[in-house]
Design a protein around this ligand. Sequence first.
Ligand SMILES: C[S@@+](CC[C@H](N)C(=O)[O-])C[C@H]1O[C@@H](n2cnc3c(N)ncnc32)[C@H](O)[C@@H]1O
Length: 301
Amino acid sequence: MQEELARRLATIEGIFDTGLLEGRGEKEAEVACYYEQSRWAYKIFHSNEGAMHLALSPDGVFDKQGYLGQAREVERLIGPDTESVLELATGNGFNLRYLAERHPHTSFTGLDLVATHVAAARAKADGLGNARFLEGDFHRLPFDAETFDVLFVVESLCHATDLDTALQEAHRVLRPGGVFVVIDGWRTARFAELPAEARRAATATEQAMSVAQPLVIDDWLDAVAERGFEVVEERDLTQQVLPTVRRLERIARVVFGHPRATRAAQRVLPERFLMNGIAVYLMQLTLAGGVHTYRLVVLRR
Ligand SMILES: C[S@@+](CC[C@H](N)C(=O)[O-])C[C@H]1O[C@@H](n2cnc3c(N)ncnc32)[C@H](O)[C@@H]1O
């Protein structure tokens, strides 16, 4: 795995300016730029319905229904007494829409940094009376303390430029006893054992996806405990996302494996759009090799 990771990094570095992968994802402006430019990539390669996360495939075979997997995990925690739910970084509102349609007596709020995502979420949820979408930053939540019963965030907290502030805000707006579901990717302790070159390739994966402060899962769990959350569930879903990652990786291999295809792609596609290709080209190896992990963590305030 390590040799293959290094070989693929060399391919990438032969194609792109190596500076491209340095210093990415440090500012919210970078994250917003990444999503503005990657908008079409998500629509074409992920889902036309607006999902911006990896599908979950419990039986090991990619199926579009798998994009509902994360919302279904959150749904387990919504009961008859749940009054209000907040999704941080809702994207196009794919998860929230599914939940709001199925729970008409609960009020749902989705917040996202990127104005075009919020506009798309609103348009898609037109007529859904119990869902609202707001533009905003999860480091500075525009809500009173103890407003929500359930909070959730899918593949987005990794973009936090200041994790402690984001956690503090989540804790503030959650009612005592409320739950915060986080579904995301992290480094594993194995990261530190990799030789320098393979570590650089794994870091390139994170940079290509605008991960602001890559963390080892155990350090992240320590950080949430320090913020006053109790971990009530932690589940490894890595195997379940691999079918989607492999599907995307096959496309990246065609683009990066043939110099002509690469040059054509560079001519017509925005830089950040291509960066997505770098991420999936490397990520299949880092996930399958146990360097990165995809998990569901349920926290209670
Ligand atoms: C991978 S997408 C996931 C979107 C959505 N959760 C889903 O599952 O379809 C990450 C989202 O995080 C949003 N985001 C990144 N940083 C943010 C921040 N500081 N505050 C709010 N949203 C943010 C992006 O605009 C993008 O919509």
